[in-house]
Design a protein around this ligand. Structure first.
Ligand code: HEM
Length: 413
């Protein structure tokens, strides 16, 4: 849980209002941050180190012996970490064991088998708005699609998705992320209370599901996790609960924002939207450029396991280090003309899914969902244009980027 609290405390690093509103154009925001703070800097107020350049972010994300994902090793109250520890917050060898248990379910091959179901859900969602000539891309498509898909994979009723959304929102962002007043300690305490309450609710929910699956296993991920063994040992209930929670949250918020961000990017260049409608085979590459240009996940967080020297600065053992993915994705040393949204960009070695042993497990699923959803949207509707009279408001989160709403008009083909 502390990992979540620590991540949430990133918000106050600069005037939060500016940060959140300017994030609509992340290139401008992150170029300004890199220029103001240099490649590496210590954030006095939030008490962590920030790393902005591509090579350094790559190193922080992947050099797990130096940059640990497990904050409990350095916490004053490690017992606070018993809830919420998952593969995301463990190091080898435990990480390798946990990941091997679930990676089979998420390979591109395994995921390809659910493509027809993703297409059917997308058609069903678009059927509900086709006659209207207008829709909110977020509420009508990009939120419900991933949450239905991950619910079905886990084996929990997708009708509970209003609850999933509330829990995800409470963990990832909330209205009090606006920190224009108040101090960091008070803010962290509020976050701690909300995250703890939300995890209690989520865990109570999944405990009931686990009890049901123990009695009657099904063909779903929860049943697989219950049956899974590492060297003859089953996963503990806490590990299964943490994993289900991670999948439910990671599996919906990020993909929602990938689809929302794609619409924002395409809308800024209507000729790209038309080109993609005519040549849908260009979509996968266009989606990679959206991932670079408007990365749904803004950062990775780690803890220095030893004193590390970076650009002449010394990061002491145990301190938190934030690698800004979005900043790395605009580093001119890694991407020529980083400010240009170019769907033909090759190579495109963006860090939107992280790098190294913690590389996003759900990347094949997120890519497939985005490709199918956007492909069907462009195939069925034409002249999709964002409603200009409604300014885009981005969600209030320090580590997720995307539009809160994206109302568009269109003509059904
Ligand atoms: C890890 C981003 C979709 C599950 C990560 C990481 C990033 C990321 C940056 C690395 C975190 C780190 O190194 O600390 C994204 C983005 C997505 C997306 C941008 C959508 C566009 C998904 C989906 C799922 C998922 C759909 C599951 C269904 C996970 C898991 C991890 C992870 C389980 C932890 C992997 C590990 O620690 O070994 N994701 N993610 N993600 N993601 Fe995703």
């Amino acid at each position: 849980m502390l990992a979540l609290v620590a991540m949430r405390s990133i918000v106050p690093m600069i005037n939060p209002r500016d940060f959140l509103t300017q994030l609509l154009y992340p290139y401008d925001s992150f170029t300004a941050l890199r220029t103001d703070f240099g490649p590496v800097s210590y954030n006095e107020r939030a008490r962590f180190w920030e790393v902005f350049e591509y090579d350094d972010v790559l190193r922080v994300a992947s050099e797990h012996e130096t940059f640990s994902s497990d904050g409990s090793k350095f916490a004053a109250h490690p017992e606070e970490f018993t809830k919420g520890q998952s593969i995301l917050t463990t190091d080898p060898p435990r990480h390798r064991q946990l990941r091997s248990l679930v990676s089979q379910a998420f390979t591109p091959r395994a995921i390809a088998s659910i493509a027809p179901r993703i297409a059917a859900i997308t058609h069903n969602l678009l059927d509900q708005v086709a006659e209207q000539g207008s829709m909110d891309i977020i509420a009508d498509l990009s939120y419900p699609l991933p949450v239905i898909v991950i619910s079905e994979l886990l084996g929990v009723p997708s009708e509970d998705r209003a609850r999933f959304k509330r829990w995800s929102d409470d963990i990832v962002f909330s209205e009090y992320d606006d920190l224009s007043s108040g101090n960091l300690e008070e803010y962290n305490e509020r976050v701690r209370i909300t995250v703890r309450r939300t995890l209690d609710e989520l865990y109570d929910y999944f405990r009931v599901v686990l009890a049901e699956r123990r009695l009657q296993p099904r063909q779903d991920l929860v049943s697989e996790l219950l049956a899974a063994q590492i060297e003859g040992q089953s996963l503990s209930e806490a590990e299964i609960l943490a994993f289900c929670t991670l999948l439910l949250i990671a599996g919906n918020i990020t993909t929602t924002n990938l689809i929302g961000n794609a619409l924002l990017c395409f809308d800024e260049q209507p000729e790209v939207m038309d080109q993609l409608a005519k040549s849908p085979e260009l979509l996968p590459q266009a989606i990679e450029e959206v991932l670079r240009y408007r990365s749904p996940a803004l950062l990775v967080g780690r803890y220095a396991t030893r004193e590390v020297e970076l650009h002449g600065q010394t990061i002491p053992t145990g301190q938190m280090v934030i690698g800004w993915i979005s900043s790395a994705n605009f580093d001119p040393c890694a991407f020529p003309q980083p400010e240009v949204f170019d769907i033909t960009r090759t190579p495109n070695r963006h860090l939107a899914f992280g790098h190294g042993i913690h590389f996003c497990l759900g990347a094949p699923l997120a890519r497939l969902e985005a490709k199918i959803a956007l492909g069907i949207l462009l195939e069925r509707f034409q002249q999709i244009r964002r409603k200009r009279d409604q300014p885009v408001e981005t969600i209030h989160s320090a580590f997720i980027l995307g539009p809160k709403h994206c109302p568009v008009t269109f003509k059904a083909r």
